[in-house]
Ligand binder design. Sequence first.
Ligand code: CMC
Length: 420
Amino acid sequence: MTTAKLTLDGGNYEFPTFSGTENELAIDCRKLRGETTAITYDPGYGNTGSCKSAITFIDGEKGILRYRGYPIEDLVGRVRFSAVAYLLIHGELPDTAQLAGWRNDLTKNSLIHESMLKFFDHFPVTAHPMNILASMISSMSSFYPYDSEQEEHINLNIIRLIGQVKTLAAFSYKKSVGQPFMYPRSEYTYAANFLHMMFAEPTETYSVPKVLEDALDALLILHADHEQNCSTSTVRMVGSSQANLYACLSAGVNALWGPLHGGANQEVLEMLQRIQADGGDYKKYVAKAKDKDDPFRLMGFGHRVYKNFDPRAIVLRQKAEQVLNELGINDPLLDIAKNLEEIALKDSYFVERNLYPNVDFYSGIIYRAMGIPTEMFTVLFAIGRMPGWIAHWLEMRSDPDNRIHRPRQIYIGQPERHLP
Ligand code: CMC
């Protein structure tokens, strides 16, 4: 075993190192403060490994993303989102019988408690659906028994969460447009059920277009996990205090909502619309993004981990073209997006900082083509991320190294002083 040597204030210290499956090297500094009295300073945790995890592997330099060892490019189009959810949570893809049982459980548990329907009446019509979703998930712990020690309760609550999140999301949309709720149907896939609940009306026959079902399925798979991002770390952080699963996931939804995280997909579309309304002058917006005196950022660009390209964006760029072609839509926003991408990829500001389009850059174009309103974009991200959050919560609970999360700080305020 190699060790990391540290010299500090005349003292010499050694810390063990270890590496993961893909040879990522880590210095185990758990004894750092005890032995040296010093702590690490790492705002944003860019150099901090908060846990060991067997769920998702990312190589940001090579643009690799794998769930339980499977590259995302292998999964999209080959298996459905429900199978990927099973993979993330249980560690292996389900066999035929397991998948049938899992899908049956998810459908059976996709109806929300009828008393919760009344909650929708009391949100203002202007409420953001992410806010409604976070509140509803938090409320679920009042309706369903929670016993963190009993495996069957945990399993049922996991199924309820994955089954019901899409129902809650679709109902919040129906409420906002003043239409009756449409209940989920057992014959549909997960993605088709969501589209049915969003777009069907009791007076009309609605069959879910295959192109939309497949595109949504791909989008959900691509959003299903992304290791220790802000919302997943939030789920683990809240879970480390042994708060219940609903509380942890409600916190995750709120963390995801921020414009630097999942909220960026809504921001991207609004930015493209702004550029379009401004005569399509995308070069002006690239210049604004580079201007240090202007707070504007090119939304959908850049990533903490990907320093080459975001593999999800590559799949989504192709999907956006395909969906628009199949639907016969000519969206000028796609042209603006492609122009922005082209100019930014050649510009030294973006090249030097390794700023590439991320997952949020093209997803909004597809959602828009599907008829999904902009405010629902981040909700769709949350639906996709649900199995990832749950897998991390489960992994955290069974990790012998897990302790309540409690970072330290360097105090820079007033020294001790007293009232005169
Ligand atoms: N437009 C213009 N400049 C940027 C951008 C951008 N989108 N992103 C980063 N930079 C610059 C930044 O100003 C800084 O420049 P300098 O070194 O001269 O000060 C440099 O690039 C590094 O940026 P950073 O903010 O230190 O990087 P970070 O790793 O802390 O932040 C990020 C990552 C994703 C928050 C950031 O790139 C960003 O704000 N992007 C726009 C929002 C966005 O698209 N978010 C979705 C992320 S992907 C989906 C998800 O995980 O939720």
